[in-house]
Design a protein around this ligand. Structure first.
Ligand code: ACO
Length: 364
């Protein structure tokens, strides 16, 4: 037996859900380039592709959209639980707790209908808590808006512009799934014990919350706020690297070339933000960070990752910083559920080993 730190380079499943080719920058959901899906498809279509294995016909899309929208209203007990959570609790922890309380049948094996009940409810969980914290009224649930539009509508009280809807939709599609990352693996481990879908998703949300995984976009915004202006970028970044700190939004376990999601999101945010000074600061920070990373970490192949421009898109559509990672969880629920269904279909309990390094008692 050999310990592989961080399980780097270890494959734990065969799957046709997605390909993440970090050497060549190829990114595919079930035989489709994700960059094409992001500009030509709706989020609902992509979720259908991930869960059922094919893009839906018009009738299938209508039916699937209806299935998701049936779960937009939160049950009273879930609202009560959210109300009981102390105000200082972060939104990811609220989401984790509320998802675990949803009235979804725990029958085995998990089915797409169970997954739809969770995905359908997540925008309402986030928006309900957001309005409670802001002291603003939660808008009345609508049935005729798309999943993406309805999320923005629930947060802001008015239907979004087409530009905002399309930008957020591109983000949701680009981040819906990403192979065997830490949160997906956590969900698959729980599923492999024949535990229920809600338990698996609760574990996945907990894993996504960490700053080395999904917690990075708000940290990117924090970094840009701390830098403050273009003339301070280099000295600020250099000081962090001198102190041995990591720059948020750079580096990836799998991508050793440009993260295709970051490229796509750069274009989306460019269209929305244009000459906005904050976006210009982000572009300058990226340029200088890449050159400093080459200077301080030569040969590590550190590039901009998806989280850097996720912050730019989410900010441009008007989301507050504390909703960045929860919005990532909303999109990634699609990929988690695809993997949970996949794991259940080919199940074998995931049970690795550890190497004991402690003492052995003298007598047996
Ligand atoms: N800034 C500075 N140095 C870095 C960074 C960074 N962002 N990322 C990696 N490095 C350095 C490490 O210090 C290490 O240097 P060393 O060889 O001198 O020890 C080397 O690059 C390799 O780093 P590892 O820790 O082995 O890389 P790993 O694959 O374990 O980590 C990770 C990947 C966690 C994403 C890392 O790059 C990181 O912490 N990035 C910043 C946080 C971030 O942006 N997270 C979002 C990732 S995308 C997502 O999860 C959706």
């Amino acid at each position: 037996m050999k310990v592989i730190p961080g399980l780097e380079g270890v494959a734990v499943a065969e799957t046709d859900v997605s390909l993440v080719d970090g050497e060549r920058g190829r990114f595919v959901y079930r035989g489709h380039w994700v960059r094409d899906l992001a500009v030509s498809r709706r989020f609902e279509e992509v979720v259908h592709l991930l869960w059922y294995g094919h893009l839906p016909s018009m009738e299938e899309e209508r039916r699937f959209g209806r299935l998701l929208s049936e779960h937009r209203e939160l049950p009273p007990h879930v609202k009560e639980i959210i109300d009981q959570i102390p105000a200082k609790t972060d939104m990811m922890s609220v989401l984790r707790t509320a998802v675990s309380a949803l009235p979804v049948t725990g029958s085995w094996p998990p089915a797409p209908e169970q997954a739809a009940a969770v995905l359908g409810a997540i925008p309402a969980i986030i928006a309900y808590r957001h309005h409670r914290m802001q002291g603003t009224p939660m808008p009345k649930v609508q049935r005729d808006l798309s999943h993406t539009s309805h999320y923005l509508y629930l947060l802001k009280g008015t239907a979004p512009t087409v530009a905002h809807e399309r930008a957020l939709e591109a983000y949701l599609i680009l981040t819906a799934e990403h192979g065997m990352n830490a949160s997906t693996f956590a969900g698959r481990v729980v599923t492999s014990t024949q535990s229920d879908l809600l338990s698996a998703l609760t574990a996945a949300i907990g894993a996504l919350k960490g700053p080395l995984h999904g917690g990075a976009p708000s940290e990117v915004e924090g970094m840009l706020e701390a830098i403050g202006s273009v003339d301070k970028v280099e000295s600020w970044l250099r000081a962090r690297l001198e102190a041995g700190e990591r720059l948020m939004g750079f580096g990836h376990r799998v991508y050793k070339t440009v993260d295709p999601r970051a490229e796509a999101l750069r274009r989306v945010s460019q269209e929305l933000a244009g000459e906005d000074p904050w976006f210009q600061l982000a572009l300058e920070t990226e340029k200088i960070a890449l050159s400093l990373l080459e200077e301080y970490k030569p040969g590590r192949r550190l590039y901009t990752n998806v989280e850097f421009f996720a912050a730019a898109v989410l900010r441009a559509v008007g989301l507050p910083k504390q909703l960045y990672t929860p919005t990532f969880a909303l999109s990634r629920t699609a990929g988690w559920c695809a993997h949970i269904l996949d794991q259940a279909e080919h199940n074998r309990i995931i049970r690795p080993q550890s190497l004991y390094t402690g003492p052995i008692p003298a007598t047996s």
